[in-house]
Design a binder for this molecule. Structure first.
Ligand code: HEC
Length: 152
């Protein structure tokens, strides 16, 4: 009888630990860019807030870069590749849903240096808002400093 009781306590403890562990691993993909994505995606945020939350850990605004090319550099390459903002935004959204080196508008050295960007597990509307913000960060000053030797 006493053993049974102990057994039950142990079982209870084990299930509490399991729950705690599961809770901490709500998202199957761990690592930068995926923490807290699910529970906050429904919030309404503007482009800059979305950037701060989901992109900033890898994309600094201007040089020096972190784990990916700076936003201003990306904006510059997208403005070279597209004249139409809508098209550029759509392209970024598709890219973020499933990054593909063949679709990259940055130079091939960017992927060689930083690796391929992980897919962003965010609703399409959210990706559109943040892509729009990326496009707007274009800084004409950067073009002058953007000589040889850069790699995005
Ligand atoms: C875990 C790091 C990481 C996070 C988080 C991240 N990115 Fe990236 N991103 C990269 C890397 C690395 C590259 C460069 C290689 C490439 O193009 O895939 C990149 C490239 C890009 C590009 C250029 C794609 C091209 O044409 O080559 C865009 C646009 C972009 N990111 C947007 C975003 C946005 C918007 C967010 C936030 C919602 C974000 N990224 C979050 C790592 C990240």
């Amino acid at each position: 009888m006493k053993n049974r009781l102990v057994e039950r306590h142990v079982l209870f403890a084990v299930s509490v630990i399991c729950l705690a562990v599961l809770d901490g691993c709500g998202s199957p993909q761990q690592g930068p860019g995926h923490e807290g994505v699910r529970e906050t995606a429904a919030e309404v945020m503007d482009g800059e807030q979305l950037y701060n939350r989901y992109c900033k850990m890898c994309h600094s605004l201007g040089p020096p870069p972190k784990f990916g090319p700076p936003v201003k550099g990306i904006a510059m390459h997208y403005r070279e590749a597209f004249t139409d903002k809508e098209e550029a935004v759509e392209h970024m959204v598709t890219f973020m849903q499933s990054p593909d080196p063949a679709m990259s508008k940055c130079r091939p050295q960017a992927i060689e240096r930083f690796g391929l960007m992980p897919a962003m597990d965010l609703p399409e509307g959210t990706l559109r808002v943040v892509s729009d913000w990326f496009w707007e960060q274009f800084d004409p000053e950067l073009r002058h400093q953007h000589g040889s030797g850069h790699d995005h």
